[in-house]
Design a protein around this ligand. Structure first.
Ligand SMILES: Nc1ncnc2c1ncn2[C@@H]1O[C@H](COP(=O)(O)OP(=O)(O)OP(=O)(O)O)[C@@H](O)[C@H]1O
Length: 320
């Protein structure tokens, strides 16, 4: 199967800022891939590289088998793209912009566009500059979808849409994926993403912390609460292949978010000196996102201030 998007060691360095730092991923056809990240994580930069608006500092990217740096127009013709603030010609009417854009695409574009606009109940003779934010978003989506692209790239697709339209729109993305087309979306709306995406990527300060199928990701993440008879006691190291995503000290409890925690590790931890109990619970996608980006699910007054300082180190220092 040919990947729809590949990114290999993508780096984007702006003056005084590394927006992307060695990003790697591949996306197969027929999926809804969601890129999550806080403000400034690098999501829009990633999308601008994929659509040929930005040349990366280093690394490789292909979209529908093409290098967007060398073939930006061909890539943009093949994909549907809606930015977080769609630039539409304000002086045109809703009908005119459809007619104008259709001239760049094969037959069938205008019929699809007009049908979509009718469904959204937007008058064709209304000027773009007189549309509400949500109506503009609907026009932009209708334009992006009208040539039935094999890949749809959406930056914050539902911002400005009302709840009913959001729901219908996102459900239509699942149908697109089921028919073999691919959707790449960047979003802050984690609960919405959780309903539609089959693969999740979490970007933090320009680095991909995680890329995994949603179900696998949720199954692989565990919150551990380790009860201690003395808060200064050191617990056994959690070794690879498990990965500690966050680690906090809350009074006599250590709370950790661990990826790929095994029953053997549970047994080892539970039998360690000073450990009086170990409990596990699954995490929601929102909690996984917070653990991966903040390194903490909460930050109580007793916990260390520095993100680099683990409770284990604090306990060791206090004991020495
Ligand atoms: N042209 C530019 N020149 C300098 N810095 C830039 C430029 N474009 C983006 N950046 C910086 O790169 C980082 C990533 O920005 P980007 O817009 O990709 O983030 P984002 O994840 O889309 O954020 P948001 O969710 O707020 O839209 C930010 O620190 C931003 O200030």
């Amino acid at each position: 199967m040919t990947s729809v998007i590949t990114a290999e060691q993508l780096t984007m360095r702006f003056r005084g800022c590394d927006a992307l730092r060695g990003v790697d991923f591949t996306i197969e056809p027929g999926s809804v891939f969601a890129l999550l990240g806080e403000n400034g994580a690098g999501k829009t930069t990633m999308i601008r590289i994929m659509t040929g608006f930005q040349k990366p500092t280093s690394g490789q990217c292909t979209v529908c088998g093409l290098d967007p740096t060398r073939h930006p127009l061909e890539v943009r013709r093949r994909v549907g793209y809606v930015s977080d603030s769609p630039a539409l010609y304000d002086w045109m009417s809703v009908g005119e912009i459809g007619w104008f854009t259709a001239s760049f695409f094969p037959k069938g574009f205008l019929e699809y566009y007009r049908e979509s606009i009718r469904r959204y109940e937007i008058p064709e003779d209304r000027k773009i500059r007189h549309l509400s934010k949500g109506q503009r978003a609907k026009v932009a989506l209708s334009l992006a979808l009208a040539h039935d692209p094999e890949l749809l790239i959406l930056d914050e697709p539902t911002s400005g849409l009302d709840p009913m339209v959001r729901r219908d729109f996102l459900e239509s993305m699942i149908d697109r994926a089921a028919s073999g087309r691919t959707v790449f979306l960047s979003s802050h709306q984690i609960s919405e993403v959780e309903r539609v995406a089959d693969t999740i990527a979490i970007l933090h300060e320009g680095k991909l912390r995680i890329v995994a199928p949603l179900n696998e990701l949720k199954q692989s993440m565990t919150e551990l609460t380790v009860s201690l008879d003395d808060p200064l006691v050191a617990i056994p190291t959690i070794d690879t292949p498990a990965e500690v995503m966050c680690d906090e000290l809350l009074g006599r409890q250590r709370r950790l978010v661990v990826r790929d925690f095994t029953p053997e590790m549970h047994t080892k931890l539970a039998s360690a000196t000073g450990v009086t109990g170990v409990s596990e619970r699954p995490l929601s996608l929102e909690e996984i996102f917070i653990a991966c980006t903040k390194g903490s699910l909460s930050r109580p007054a007793s916990a260390p201030e520095s993100a680099d300082e683990t409770p284990q180190e604090t306990a060791m220092e206090a004991a020495s």
